[in-house]
Ligand binder design. Structure first.
Ligand SMILES: NC(=O)c1ccc[n+]([C@@H]2O[C@H](COP(=O)([O-])OP(=O)(O)OC[C@H]3O[C@@H](n4cnc5c(N)ncnc54)[C@H](OP(=O)(O)O)[C@@H]3O)[C@@H](O)[C@H]2O)c1
Length: 289
C-alpha cells in the first residue's frame, strides 16, 4: 500500500482521493499481474499456484536434502506449507451470500433500479448455488490449497459484491439479452460440478473426466465461471457504455486465475494419465486452448 501511495502521489494523486471504482479496478488488475508473475517464476509457481487435485499423485519438485537448501528455499518452502483444506472454498460462497445480503439491506435493493436488482440477484444466485454445491458435493478428499489463495478468494468475493453496485446504473437500458446466458452458464457449471463429484466418489482417486456436455474440455467449469462474469460485465453496462469496466477487470482476474490453474490441471492430467490419454483435449476454450 505504501508503494502504491508513493506511485500515486508521484502522479499527483492520493489514495484517499481514489474513487471505489478505481480502487476495485486496481485491485483486480494488480492481483492478476501478481498471479502471472508467480506463474512466470518456476520456484514460485511450483510452490504457490497448484492446489487441490493438482498437488496430489505427481512427482513434484526434485529437492536436494534439507541441509543443502538455501535460506531462501527454506523460507519459500515454509511459506508454501501454510495450507488450508481445499474444501475451505465453501467459505468463499458463505462470504459472497452474506455480502450480497448485507449490501441489499444497506443499499435498499428493493428500491434500486431494475438493472441493479438483476445483477445483484444473479450474483446472489451464483453465491447460493456454489454454497449449496460446496455442501452437497463435499467428498472425503484431503486435498489442500495455499492459505494466500484462500485469502485472495475471500477478498474477491467481498469486492465483487461491491463491484456490482459501484458502477451499475439504477435505470440504464442494460443488455438484458445476456441474462439467459448467465443462467445457462450457471446450469452448465452445476452439471460439471455434479459430474466431478460423482467421478470423485464413484472411483478410488482422481479420474480423467469425460463429461458428455464438454467432451473435449478439461476445465469446462472454469470456462463457465469466466463466461458468467463476462456476461455480468455486459448486463451491468452503464448508460453510454457497452460494458461495465469494473466488472471487466474482475473478469480479467477470474480468467487469469482460472487460466493459470487450467494450465496446471492439464500438466497434472498429462503426468498422471499420460499424454496419449489426455490427447487433444483443450483446457478451457473449445477447439482453441
Ligand atoms: N472466481 C474465481 O476466481 C474462482 C477461482 C477458483 C475457482 N473458482 C470456481 O470454483 C469452482 C471449483 O474450482 P476448483 O478450482 O476447486 O475446481 P477443481 O480443482 O476442478 O475441483 C472441483 C472438485 O472436483 C474434484 N475433482 C477435480 N478434478 C477431479 C478428477 N479428475 N477426478 C475426480 N474429482 C476431481 C475436486 O476434488 P478435490 O477436492 O479432491 O480436489 C473438487 O472436489 C469452479 O467452478 C471454479 O470456476 C472460481
Amino acid at each position: 500500500m505504501a508503494s502504491l501511495s508513493r506511485s500515486l502521489s508521484a502522479i499527483g494523486c492520493r489514495v484517499e482521493d481514489l474513487h471505489p471504482v478505481a480502487l476495485l479496478r486496481i485491485f483486480y488488475l494488480a492481483a492478476s499481474l501478481l498471479i502471472l508473475a508467480i506463474q512466470a517464476v518456476p520456484a514460485l509457481r511450483s510452490r504457490f499456484l497448484a492446489y487441490g487435485s493438482r498437488v496430489t499423485g505427481v512427482s513434484g519438485r526434485k529437492e536436494p536434502p534439507a541441509q543443502q537448501q538455501s535460506a531462501l528455499t527454506r523460507t519459500l518452502d515454509y511459506a508454501a506449507s501454510l495450507q488450508v483444506p481445499h474444501n475451505y472454498f465453501t467459505h468463499f460462497y458463505i462470504t459472497s451470500v452474506l455480502c450480497s445480503l448485507f449490501w441489499a439491506w444497506r443499499l435498499h435493493v428493493w428500491e434500486a433500479g431494475r438493472q441493479q436488482q438483476i445483477v445483484w440477484a444473479l450474483l446472489l444466485l451464483q453465491g447460493l448455488r456454489r454454497m449449496l454445491e460446496s455442501y452437497a458435493y463435499t467428498s472425503t478428499s484431503k486435498s489442500r490449497m495455499w492459505f494466500a489463495h484462500w485469502v485472495l478468494g475471500l477478498l474477491f468475493y467481498i469486492t465483487i459484491n461491491m463491484a456490482v453496485w459501484v458502477e451499475t446504473p439504477s435505470n440504464a437500458s442494460g443488455n438484458w439479452a445476456f441474462v439467459p446466458g448467465v443462467v445457462t452458464a450457471q446450469m452448465l457449471q452445476h452439471s460439471y460440478h455434479s459430474y466431478l463429484y460423482r467421478l470423485r466418489i464413484e472411483s478410488n482417486g482422481y479420474q480423467l473426466p469425460s463429461h458428455t456436455v464438454f467432451p473435449n474440455l478439461l476445465c469446462p467449469h472454469y470456462t463457465c465461471e469466466v463466461v458468467i462474469y463476462a456476461l455480468l460485465s455486459l448486463i451491468a453496462a452503464p448508460e453510454g457504455s457497452w460494458v461495465n469496466w469494473t466488472l471487466v477487470c474482475a473478469t480479467i482476474f477470474v480468467a487469469t486465475n482460472l487460466g493459470v490453474t487450467a494450465i496446471g490441471t492439464k500438466e497434472w492430467y498429462v503426468e498422471k494419465f499420460g499424454a496419449d490419454k489426455v490427447g487433444p483435449r483443450k483446457r478451457m476454450v473449445p477447439g482453441i486452448w
